[in-house]
Write a protein that binds this ligand. Structure first.
Ligand SMILES: [Zn+2]
Ligand SMILES: [Zn+2]
Length: 267
C-alpha cells in the first residue's frame, strides 16, 4: 500500500494532516474541530476510527482546537512534549482550576525518535513562539516525509533534518510586501515576521535555492496566510527558486488549503 499524506486543513484557522503507512495512521495536529476532521477524513475516503495516534507540534490553538474531543471520541493516544502538554493543559484549565485530562498521553522529547506502528517519527526543534515547538519527519516503507510549518526561519538543524525527504510539507506563510501593507496591527506584523514567527515566501525560496537537496517528489506549501499572501504568489516564488536549480526535475509543487482537504499524495 505504501505511504500516503493528506493535508486536511492548513492555515491560521486550523492545521491537520494525515501520514499513513500500511500499518499506522497518524494525525499530525488537530487544529480543526472534531466534526470537521471527521468530515474531511471521510471526504478523502478515510475512517477516523482507524487512527493510530495524534501528534501535536505545539500548543497554538490552530494546532490543538479539536484535540480533546477527537482523542476522547476515538480513544486515540496523543503524543506531545512535556512542555507542550503543560502549556495546552494551562490554556484549557476550567473555571474551577481543573486541568483537562487525556486518557492516553504519550510524552516525547524533541531530541528523540520514536515509533508509531511501523512509522519511525523524528521530532526536531523549530524556532517559533510556543513552549516547545517541533517539526517532524516520518520514515516508513523506505519513504521519508518531512513536515515543518510555524517557524520564523530555517536554521541549520532544520535544513539538515529535511534532507532526503520524498514529500516535504513546508511553510510559505506570507509575502513580505503584503504583510507590510496588510490589515494586521503593527505588533502582530512584528510577531509574524520575527525569527520565532512564520516563514515568508522569500525565506522559503532562499532555502530552496541554497540548502534544499532536491530529493522530494512532492513539495506541499502550507500555512499560507489568507490575509498576507496569495496561493499563486507562494507557488510562483517557490517554483522560481526551484527552477533556478536545473537539476530538480521531480519537485511537483502543491498547495495546502484552509477550506478543504488537499488531494492525497500516494507513494
Ligand atoms: Zn500555526
Ligand atoms: Zn504556531
Amino acid at each position: 500500500m505504501g505511504v500516503s499524506i493528506s493535508v486536511l486543513a492548513s492555515g491560521s484557522r486550523g492545521n491537520s494532516a494525515i501520514v499513513a503507512s500500511s500499518r499506522a495512521k497518524i494525525l499530525v495536529d488537530a487544529g480543526i474541530s472534531c466534526r470537521e476532521t471527521v468530515q474531511r477524513m471521510r471526504a478523502t475516503g478515510d475512517d477516523p476510527r482507524t487512527l493510530s495516534a495524534i501528534l501535536i507540534t505545539h500548543e497554538h490553538s490552530d494546532h490543538i482546537y479539536g484535540l480533546a474531543v477527537l482523542a476522547r471520541k476515538f480513544h486515540v493516544p496523543v503524543f506531545m512534549t512535556e512542555a507542550t502538554h503543560q502549556a495546552w493543559a494551562r490554556a484549557l484549565r476550567d473555571d474551577a482550576g481543573e486541568f483537562p485530562q487525556l486518557a492516553r498521553l504519550e510524552i516525547f522529547s524533541a531530541s528523540r525518535c520514536f515509533q508509531v506502528g511501523d512509522v519511525e517519527v523524528s521530532p526536531f526543534t523549530i524556532p517559533h513562539d510556543a513552549a516547545d515547538p517541533v517539526g517532524l519527519t516520518f520514515r516508513a516503507e523506505g519513504i521519508k516525509v518531512g513536515i515543518a510549518t510555524d517557524l520564523g526561519y530555517m536554521p541549520p538543524n532544520v535544513c539538515d533534518r529535511l534532507r532526503g525527504c520524498d514529500v516535504l510539507v513546508v511553510e510559505s506563510n506570507h509575502d513580505l510586501e503584503m504583510l507590510r501593507v496588510g490589515p494586521y496591527p503593527w505588533s502582530v506584523k512584528q510577531r509574524v515576521g520575527s525569527p520565532t514567527g512564520h516563514l515568508s515566501n522569500d525565506k522559503l525560496a532562499k532555502f530552496f535555492s541554497t540548502e534544499y537537496d532536491g530529493t522530494a517528489s512532492y513539495i506541499v506549501l502550507a500555512h499560507i496566510s489568507e490575509h498576507n499572501n496569495h496561493p499563486e504568489l507562494a507557488r510562483g516564488t517557490a517554483e522560481k527558486a526551484l527552477g533556478l536549480r536545473q537539476t530538480l526535475l521531480h519537485n511537483r509543487v502543491m498547495l495546502a488549503k484552509q477550506s478543504g482537504p488537499m488531494e492525497a499524495i500516494q507513494l
